[in-house]
Design a binder for this molecule. Structure first.
Ligand code: FMN
Length: 400
């Protein structure tokens, strides 16, 4: 029980973010950013510039953060010391050209720039501005000066800007900013690992337009790839068809069929220390694929054969990585998962009953039992991100 609690402890719980908001058309996005950070279990305190007050009210930021917002250096005499001293990370989003210039030159003439100078931890900035300003060499020099001192830059992206023009300067997506903050706050306990993850369904073609597949969305594998990267691993994700965004910082290989997936795994496996087979390979493929679209007429009989067993191929290798497999069952057949663990010579298997509420295909949550030689760890229904972290935590425990 104690162990279970340790595994589930939210990585980011009790961590606090000091969020600086400067005066940009993107300032209103800070509300959404605060909401998403709080959903991750982080507490957020906001410091805003006077210019930011032209774009967003202090009240909105107070309501979103459920904390008092500091706007002025002199009406809160100790805030520029106490707020940075109590924060685990300092992020400025959006960061204007002006505030970046002040940071780079050690200017401390308002609450935000003074907090920056007194902060001792990791700082990230999410610039937002017109492409004309972004490309300006004075601005670029200031940006480079900050980066050379270890400040982390998140974005900006290329896109259509508030001025009506297209170019580089759009603030990074909120999801990207949140992911980078999570990564900066995460202990790098997989730093020396090369993790290979497979995800999503495979497609086994009947003819050029039809295929056999399954309902896998890829969410579990994508969460695992992202979580491993966040913990410092070098990650490669081999994915069947999925509509999900590619995880940040991960080498991505797109495949369609189980044979494509096997080829890609064989190419990558030699250099991998951990292999996570979370893809839902279609277990069967047509005996042969028709070169032409099969005409619709009467009944059609398909003869199927088994697709390659990717996990077994990997576990047979002389120099094999740590192997984590998945067993999706309809019913609580943990004994089948245990058998699979042994037969396929895996190190861990993650069992889930896809008929359980919130645990099926395409769900954002999963209820799993992590099975290894030593024990079974049953987790409650959790977001797939948390499941991914629990799986990696157990792997680290086993290998320690
Ligand atoms: C409508 C409008 C939009 C602006 N948007 C931006 C912006 O996106 N990025 C930026 O660097 N400056 C922008 N500015 C200029 C800043 O608000 C200005 O440089 C201000 O002094 C920044 O102050 P601060 O850095 O203390 O918040 C904008 C100004 C106006 C009037």
């Amino acid at each position: 029980m104690k162990n279970k609690r340790k595994v589930l402890k939210k990585v980011l719980k009790n961590k606090s973010v000091l969020l600086g908001v400067s005066g940009s058309v993107a300032s209103y996005k800070a509300v959404d950013l605060i909401r998403r950070l709080r959903e991750e279990g982080l507490s957020v305190t906001v410091v805003m510039t006077e210019a930011a007050g032209n774009f967003i009210t202090r009240l909105s930021l107070e309501v979103a953060s459920q904390n008092r917002v500091c706007t002025d250096l002199f009406s809160n005499p100790m805030a520029h010391i106490t707020l940075p001293a109590n924060a685990d990370i300092f992020i400025v989003a959006p960061a204007t050209a002006n505030i970046i210039g002040k940071f780079a030159n050690g200017i401390a003439d308002d609450i935000l720039s003074t907090c920056f100078l007194s902060f001792k931890g990791k700082v990230a900035i999410a610039p937002a501005m017109s492409w004309r300003i972004y490309e300006n060499p004075f601005f670029q020099d200031n940006l480079k000066a900050l980066l050379s001192r270890g400040v982390v830059q998140i974005g900006p992206d290329k896109g259509s800007l508030a001025c009506g023009e297209e170019g580089m300067g759009k603030m990074a997506d909120i999801a990207t900013i949140v992911e980078r903050i999570k990564s900066m706050l995460t202990k790098k306990d997989l730093q020396d690992e090369k993790v290979l993850v497979t995800a999503g369904p495979t497609r086994e073609f009947i003819d050029p337009v039809r295929f056999i597949s399954n309902r896998s969305s890829g969410k579990m594998g994508y969460s695992l790839a992202q979580a491993a990267f966040r913990r410092g691993a070098e990650v490669t994700l081999i994915s069947g068809h999925s509509t999900l965004d590619r995880p940040d910082g991960v080498k991505f290989i797109s495949v369609e069929t189980s044979n494509d997936m096997l080829d890609a795994v064989n190419k990558e496996i030699e250099s991998s220390t951990v292999f996570i087979m979370s893809a839902a390979v279609s277990d069967f493929m047509p005996l042969e694929m028709s070169e032409e679209k099969i005409e619709k007429s009467g009944e059609l009989f398909l003869r199927l054969k088994q697709t390659p067993d990717i996990v077994s191929e990997v576990s047979k290798k002389r120099k094999r990585p740590f192997i984590i497999g998945f067993a999706a069952e309809t019913g609580k057949h943990t004994e089948r998962a245990r058998r699979k663990l042994k037969e396929k010579n895996m190190d861990m298997i993650v069992f889930n009953d896809v008929t359980e509420p919130g645990s099926g295909f395409d769900a954002d949550t999963n209820k799993v039992i992590i099975i290894d030689e030593e024990k079974e760890t049953e987790l409650p229904l959790l977001p797939k991100d948390s499941v991914a972290d629990a799986i990696l935590a157990r792997m680290i425990e086993i290998r320690a």
